[in-house]
Design a binder for this molecule. Structure first.
Ligand code: FEO
Length: 393
């Protein structure tokens, strides 16, 4: 339960949620952390808190640095309760502390907590001097809530952007280079795909604002602190915000009696034969939030379901509902499936693709009962055509 000094006089005092496996529908197989930061200056500051059940863990870290009663400012960068869940307890211990938030943050906190706190509402560019250091605020609305903001400490070249640049990962280490780029990147991509993806335009604005700041460390509110791979994660955020995807395919499907799976495999064979990297994601074995990391990466998305009860399989319905909410753009879509009678699933999948404004260059494959080999040859031809379309851009 030790605090970790991330800059002289600035401490990580968060909580580690080792057992978290589901974050409102996002499968968090590596757990998570809620990062709170304590700044020791003439006026001590706590930036964000932790989920309510990790409050005592956070307090035990704070107490090793300072009596929490001495905290003068509590910065709430974001209302969501994984970060605001312990504000009440901190204010019981430090009733004189001012709560600094964005205008939307104040409204949100007042709706979540009924206590009459002493708010100091800030806008973009506002500064609060805390002694040797300055807190400078940058509103980042819809990255990923209306209230979201970042706190910048220019004297330390430190940005505390809350959820942006976060990753759901519980580790004993606090810094990116202590775990390595591959794992940090994998979790940052999964986090972006499941939480930040709908807000690319707002992310671009936030990145433009951040690009004018002198920064050598970005300490988000989840997971590892970026210090060694800062330029790499910023580059990745620029790409993701622009909806740039790679020349690769992901095949997302479910199957009842194996027919739709045969079509999926034939498509995979053709795309692989054309030299494209292909990822196969059966919804029987992959959680929808894990599939989103592949969707973030791939330009070509092939989606397949058999028809069941005049529609698609419920697993595919759940995936498409999730996908529609996250709104990946500029993708090439292709639908496929099998049926006994009716055959509505393929049309329903294409409808969702059209709602997402994806390009659908080829009509889908919809095969009755068990596909014959000659029909699968036709599927492979479609796969070849899709590969050519993808290569032509
Ligand atoms: Fe980590 Fe939007 O809360």
């Amino acid at each position: 339960m030790k605090p970790v000094e991330i800059k002289p006089g600035i401490y990580w005092v968060g909580g580690i949620d080792w057992d978290l496996r589901n974050f409102h529908g996002y499968l968090t197989q590596r757990g998570s952390t809620y990062n709170a930061y304590l700044i020791i200056d003439e006026k001590p500051v706590l930036v964000d808190t932790v989920k309510h059940y990790l409050c005592e863990e956070m307090l035990s870290r704070i107490r090793q640095v300072i009596d929490p009663a001495r905290i003068d400012f509590l910065v709430s960068n974001h209302v969501e309760m994984d970060h605001s869940g312990s504000i009440s307890r901190i204010l019981e211990l430090a009733p004189q502390a001012k709560v600094i938030s964005s205008p939307q943050g104040e409204k949100g906190l007042r709706r979540h907590f009924t206590a009459d706190w002493d708010f100091q509402v800030v806008g973009s560019g506002d500064e609060v001097k805390i002694g040797q250091r300055t807190l400078k605020f940058l509103l980042t609305p819809m990255v990923h809530w209306p209230d979201s903001m970042a706190t910048y400490i220019p004297e330390e070249k430190l940005l505390l952007p809350n959820d942006a640049f976060g990753q759901h990962i519980a580790t004993a280490e606090r810094f990116d280079d202590e775990v390595g780029w591959d794992i940090a990147y994998e979790e940052a991509a999964k986090y972006y795909a499941n939480i930040v993806l709908p807000y690319g335009e707002q992310v671009k604005k936030a990145l433009d604002a951040v690009s004018g700041l002198d920064i050598d460390m970005v300490a988000p509110s989840h997971g590892l602190i970026w210090r060694s791979y800062l330029s790499k994660i910023l580059d990745a955020y620029y790409r993701w915000a622009a909806n740039e995807a790679e020349q690769r395919a992901v095949i997302v499907y479910d199957t009842m009696w194996g027919s739709t799976e045969k079509i999926a495999q034939s498509l995979c064979q053709a795309l692989e034969a054309a030299g494209l990297p292909v990822t196969m994601k059966s919804l029987k074995t992959n959680h929808i939030s894990a599939v989103m990391a592949d969707v973030l990466r791939a330009k070509l998305i092939l989606i397949g379901s058999p028809t069941l009860n005049n529609g698609m399989l419920p697993s595919m319905g759940a995936f498409l509902t999730y996908l529609k909410g996250l709104r990946p753009k500029t993708r090439i879509g292709f639908a496929f499936g099998s049926y006994g009678w009716g055959g509505q699933a393929v049309g329903e999948i294409e409808k969702v693709m059209r709602e997402l404004n994806w390009r659908i260059p080829l009509s889908g494959v919809n095969l009755q009962w068990v596909p014959e080999e000659r029909e699968l040859d036709g599927v492979r031809e479609k796969g070849e055509e899709l590969a050519n379309i993808l290569k032509q851009g």
